[in-house]
Design a protein around this ligand. Sequence first.
Ligand code: ADP
Ligand code: MG
Length: 226
Amino acid sequence: TEEMLRKSDKLSIVGQLAASIAHEIRNPLTSLKGFIQLFLENRDVDAGRYYLIMHDELSRIEHIMSELLLLAKPQVKSYKSTEVKSLVSFVSTLLERHALVQNIHIITDVEDDLPFVLGEENELKQVLINLIKNGIEAMSDGGVVLVKAFKEDDQVKVQVIDQGCGIPKDRIDRLGEPFFTTKEKGTGLGMMVSYKIMKEHNGDISIESTLGKGTIITLSFPVHTN
Ligand code: ADP
Ligand code: MG
């Protein structure tokens, strides 16, 4: 089944976002404060094993912050006529090694003479990175992530296709919700950022998934004619 998702309404709910950010940051902060309290009250406590947990909590805050900064930073954006082929090859080269460590090959297949899209290059890279990373993380036994780009119905489509665990239907509806993650070390911000960026590009994201077989995420862009 194909789910066309338009999460733009959700993204405009700034209050909801602020609340969830506050929540996500407060939990690790509370635990950090607890440990420091413990050390202050009992100076002989063997701190070694607590430092490890404290370090993990700090890393989590750091990770959430760096993803948020990408969203919040008032970036000087420059929308340019952008060639999809070079974007795809840049990102696949970037993630190639990271994928190989997990026995995953990233394969690209970009149609010749594909029209350009109007885009902010760094943001489009960010979307592709988010999607390919999700594909990699969905394949615990290795496999292939295929990145395809082609023209269809007057649109440029870029697909990220994995052979991973797939996404249950009820979960597809929640993708793009801030902090929705099923991963122990996930932030649940990747899809939200991707929806936001695609919306700014007058584009769209659709998701097709089969449990146990894999997932196809399709980005659609209007063709850019000079
Ligand atoms: P994160 O990757 O940090 O968990 P995302 O916003 O990127 O956050 O993804 C949210 C959730 O969507 C993931 O935790 C996962 O459950 C699900 N998901 C996204 N992409 C895929 C995929 N290709 N295959 C399976 N599940 C996925
Ligand atoms: Mg992700």
